[in-house]
Design a protein around this ligand. Sequence first.
Ligand SMILES: O=C(O)C(=O)C[C@]1(C(=O)O)C=C[C@@H](O)C=C1
Length: 130
Amino acid sequence: MPDTPDEPTPVPAPPARPADGMPQEILELRASIDNIDAALVHLLAERFKMTRRVGELKAVGGLPPADPSRDRQQVDRLKGLAEGAGLDPEFTEQFRNFIVSEVIRHHERIAAEHAAGRLKGELPALDTYA
Ligand SMILES: O=C(O)C(=O)C[C@]1(C(=O)O)C=C[C@@H](O)C=C1
């Protein structure tokens, strides 16, 4: 047993911490995360505006809410994009399915309203299904 105490293990300097104790870098990352979340909300709102109109056109045209061939096309494309972007393709598929299941729920409600005659007069005339 040596009679000198062990050398203290060097401890890395802690990250800079503002008053609330949270490392500064986490606060900066959170600011960017908040910006990204806001963009996602706005993008989703735009997507739902588009799908609402698709739902109206489908209801008027007597088309079913879901389109399995379009679903497959979207999933294949998005999984390919996910791989290229370093995102888990399975997660990407589930995320897409989560959104589209809500779209289909909206489409079904729009179709029911159309069937009940409540959409009459709200929709512009359609050439396609006239
Ligand atoms: O493209 C359509 O036919 C839609 O109704 C839109 C949408 C989508 O949200 O992207 C929703 C349901 C379909 O199964 C496929 C795609």
